[in-house]
Write a protein that binds this ligand. Sequence first.
Ligand code: ATP
Ligand code: MG
Length: 177
Amino acid sequence: MEKHMDVKGLLILYTGHGKGKTTAAFGMAFRAMGRGWRVAVVQYIKGKWMTGERLFSAKQELLDLFVMGEGFTWESADLSRDQAAAEAAWAKTAALISAGDHPLVILDEITYAIHYGWLALDEVRAVLKERPAHVTVVLTGRHAPRELLDDADLVTEMQAIKHPYAQGIPAQVGVDY
Ligand code: ATP
Ligand code: MG
């Protein structure tokens, strides 16, 4: 592993309605792994879907991917199950961050879990704030609360100028998942 202890860990937030939030985070993972860093990804949504990033991650020695409990999806009608799944993912996340073994930790779509009230914003902020100094955390997702924008060192809002969805082109394998 190239030296990462000298790198100042950042809190990075990719939000907004345009496409590119999750893929920007995975682009950072690609870069970090090239430097020999271990990367952790916790996916807070899409638990039910097989995605290209999940298939790829399974083959990467440096990448540890955790997908939230099955059933944590848009379609789920069982809110208490969603809440429990989010809390379990958060417990895993907090342990990963404080352990400091992964200089890059990606919390994909975590903003939804906060937005829907499954995670306590104050608790999330506290764990992020107290993370080891060399750990960079990337948060992705729409509807990021103002407090996370305030806390972050870097915020990029993806703006949807055009999306093929508007032409009736649905999400496509290899491009969107
Ligand atoms: P990606 O994973 O491709 O980087 P994202 O993380 O920015 O996208 P999400 O909000 O997580 O986007 O949305 C997930 C899915 O919704 C993706 O398949 C993406 O292509 C699609 N999507 C993103 N932006 C738009 C949009 N403006 N209109 C319609 N669909 C969108
Ligand atoms: Mg996304």
